[in-house]
Design a protein around this ligand. Structure first.
Ligand SMILES: [Fe+2]
Length: 288
């Protein structure tokens, strides 16, 4: 009898994405509350939570970890205005690095523990799915490529917290793109806003809004998986959050699982897919 990871693997190959049970409801609100608290701390407290990994390791992708503020501003090429938001990026070994630079582990140690636990649970699930994909698509060796030391050092849980919208009609939009990683797990979001496209963006089909259920995550392929096999095309997606100023700012939690292999060449020079005509608004989602 096939195990549940095999079912997910088959659905990933068939549909390009698959929702899958993962116990997270005991952690999500704690994880979000910790970030909401940290962003209200004085700058001198916050600065200890920013980790520049390139100081410690030979890192190219996602070099900064911990607390990162993404400034607003305007894209000079297309005039897009970017919303201001906070990232909190979690990778293996983060607590050690935070302690080393004097972060307030007395106040935030428990919270960091919750973040690490969520990262661990999602990683275990992604590696299980990788094994399922190996059985489904012989020869790709995804488990080995995702579980090696280099790949694990890139495995990133990202908490996103937007700042208060500046205007009433301030749609928060992550422009259509594919992720650079091998597997993405969309773990939780404040309200549905993630939209999925039928193919990798070449078709003009209307996007499908993903509505998350508690203790379930959505897993889909990124550009590194597509590099390994065209049976796993990278999932095009955007984020379209129609939010009024009176509603709380968006948060979301995503896990990017990496291999130590390159992204598919067709995504090397253009991370963004063509614009979606209906995507009126602001902010481009970072790809990872
Ligand atoms: Fe993305």
């Amino acid at each position: 009898m096939k195990n549940s990871f095999d079912h997910v693997a088959h659905r990933l190959v068939r549909d390009g994405r698959a929702a899958f049970p993962l116990k997270t409801s005991d952690l999500i609100l704690r994880v979000v509350a910790g970030l909401q608290s940290l962003v209200n701390e004085p700058e001198k407290v916050q600065s200890r939570f920013l980790v520049n990994r390139s100081k410690f390791e030979d890192q190219e992708e996602g070099a900064d970890d911990g607390l990162i503020f993404k400034d607003g501003g305007v894209n000079p090429t297309n005039g897009d205005v970017y919303d201001e938001k906070w990232y909190f990026q979690v990778k293996p070994g983060l607590p050690t690095l935070l302690k080393a630079q004097g972060a307030d582990m007395h106040g935030y140690g428990k919270w960091i523990g919750y973040c690490m636990e969520l990262h661990e649970r999602s990683t275990v699930q992604q590696l299980g799915i990788a094994k399922g994909l190996d059985r489904c698509i012989p020869g790709i060796n995804l488990y080995e490529l995702m579980s090696c030391r280099t790949a694990m050092s890139l495995s990133t849980l990202r908490l996103l917290l937007y700042k208060e919208p500046k205007s009433k009609q301030n749609y928060v939009v992550g422009k259509k793109h594919v992720d650079r990683c091998a597997l993405t797990s969309a773990i939780a979001e404040l309200r549905p806003a993630l939209r999925l496209f039928e193919s990798n963006g070449e078709a003009e089909s209307a996007p499908e809004l993903y509505v998350a259920r508690p203790d379930e995550v959505l897993v889909f392929a990124g550009a590194k998986a597509e590099y390994l096999t065209d049976l796993l095309p990278a999932q095009g997606h955007d984020v379209f959050d129609m939010v009024a100023a009176t509603e709380p700012p968006r948060w979301s939690i995503v896990h990017f699982g990496h291999t130590n292999t390159p992204v598919h060449p067709k995504y090397l020079h253009s991370r963004k897919l063509p614009d979606v005509p209906s995507a009126v608004g602001q902010a481009a989602a970072a790809t990872m």
